[in-house]
Ligand binder design. Structure first.
Ligand SMILES: Cc1ncc(COP(=O)(O)O)c(C=O)c1O
Length: 425
């Protein structure tokens, strides 16, 4: 079994005991993965919110192998490209919210966020408004960890130790109350609308505890952005490709953004891929700015990843995956609410589709004094029991593959209940 001595684990504790004892996965099938000792885990977090269609699908690996044999690389620079990248962009135009018509294909969620920020600023500059640069984000969000993405991610913990913060970013709170959208307008006015380029947010923020905004929030945000000539950037990296029971999260509120970032589910996690959709108006601004659009990444829109993404979208349509996610997601949240009714330590349950967060209440645990550590405790205990999960503070997040069956949901929740009873009651 390989150890991790030479592997620098990102987003990980680098203490000696943790590094010496990594969990190394060797195989996956459906909603399960197996580690190097042969132990099986049910994956309640779908890899990292991305393995929408489950592990080990032969149709996806065959589509990938065929694409790689045919054309192993083509750049998109210099007006060149591949048929698969062009077809993927066309397909994205069909399945994304109305108004998004042009697609920059990139590599991952962070570089999609970088690209969206740069394009928002570039668009305003091309219209003679170069002073419109500030990007407003929300505290407790997550948009990635490259410098720009990290700067919209309004969480100081991620920025500490990495030098001066880049200028041109501002933050508001998460939509907790009925007047949440008003905070955006107040921020735009405080900054000066003439300096604000865009507002960027996730339709539902996971780090904020799967915070489903109040009805009317997104429509009001859209109106505020329009009023102040501020672009609306929706980060659908987690909520895209069926996660919330709709193809994209914003469809839950019938709101179209001006730019939209997506990644993760676009290839069901089988290979890295991301995209930024932009409206025709933004595209035309960018196209008119200069003879050349000086932005892009070598591996952006890789022909093999593009062919895989097309195969993923085919499967989603043929197998009605989004409607199934809505149906199984309804069952999932019902069962989580039943757990909350049964067990005092489970508090509020929130979610949409195959995305649920529930709070653990430290003060109701028989072992007090561990508030803030309950998520971590459950993560470790469930790993021992054979389940992969994500937590933020004392909130557990369930975001399994969209193809999980109801009996697998039962298995997942039975394991969580056993763990809660053993660890907290
Ligand atoms: C909403 C959101 N945006 C952006 C990112 C960054 O993606 P990546 O890790 O691929 O850079 C993530 C990653 O989890 C995310 O959840």
């Amino acid at each position: 079994v390989a150890d991790s001595t030479h592997l620098l684990h990102p987003m990980s504790e680098l203490s000696e005991d943790r590094v010496a004892d990594p969990t190394i996965f060797v195989r996956g099938h459906g909603v399960y993965v197996w580690d190097a000792t042969g132990k099986r885990y049910i994956d309640a977090v779908a890899g990292l919110f991305n393995v929408m269609l489950g592990y080990g699908r032969r149709d996806l690996s065959e589509a990938t192998a065929r694409a790689m044999e045919e054309l192993s690389f083509a750049k998109l620079f210099f007006n060149q490209g591949s048929a698969s990248a062009a077809l993927l962009a066309e397909r994205l135009a069909q399945i994304t919210p109305a108004g998004l018509d042009r697609f920059l294909l990139t590599v991952g969620g962070s570089d999609a966020a970088e690209s969206a920020i740069k394009m928002a600023r570039y668009y305003h500059a091309s219209r003679g408004r170069p002073e419109k640069v500030t990007i407003i984000g929300r505290r407790d969000s997550y948009h990635g960890l490259s410098y720009g993405a990290m700067s919209i991610t309004g969480n100081d913990a991620y920025a500490t130790g990495y030098g001066p913060k880049p200028p041109g970013f501002a933050h508001i709170g998460q939509p907790n109350g009925p007047d949440a959208a008003a905070e955006l307008e107040a921020c735009i006015l405080r900054e000066g609308a003439e300096t604000v380029a865009a507002f960027m947010a996730e339709p539902i923020s996971l780090p904020a505890g799967v915070l489903v905004p109040p009805d009317g929030y997104w429509a009001e945000v859209r109106r505020i952005c329009d009023r102040h000539d501020v672009l609306l950037i929706s980060d659908e990296v987690c909520t895209g490709f069926g996660r919330t029971g709709r193809m994209f999260g914003m469809e839950n509120w019938n709101v179209s953004p001006d730019l939209m970032t997506m990644s993760k589910g676009i290839t069901s996690g089988y290979l890295p891929m991301a995209a930024v959709g932009v409206s025709n108006e933004v595209y035309e601004g960018i196209a008119a700015a200069a003879p050349m659009f000086l932005h892009g990444f070598t591996a952006g829109g890789h022909p093999v990843c593009s062919a895989l993404a097309l195969a993923v979208i085919d499967v989603m349509e043929q197998e009605d995956v989004v409607a199934r996610a809505a149906e199984t997601g309804g069952y999932l949240i019902e069962q989580c609410r039943a757990l909350s009714a049964d067990l005092d330590v489970v508090g509020d349950v929130r979610g949409l589709g195959m995305l649920v967060g529930f709070d653990l209440l430290g003060e109701r645990s028989s072992k007090p004094g561990r508030a803030g550590m309950l998520g971590r405790l459950m993560f470790d205990d469930l790993l021992q029991r054979g389940m992969l999960i994500r937590y933020y503070g004392d909130t557990l997040v369930l975001s399994p593959p969209l193809v999980m069956t109801k009996s697998e949901v039962d298995e997942m929740l039975a394991m969580i209940e056993q763990s809660l009873r053993a660890e907290l009651l």
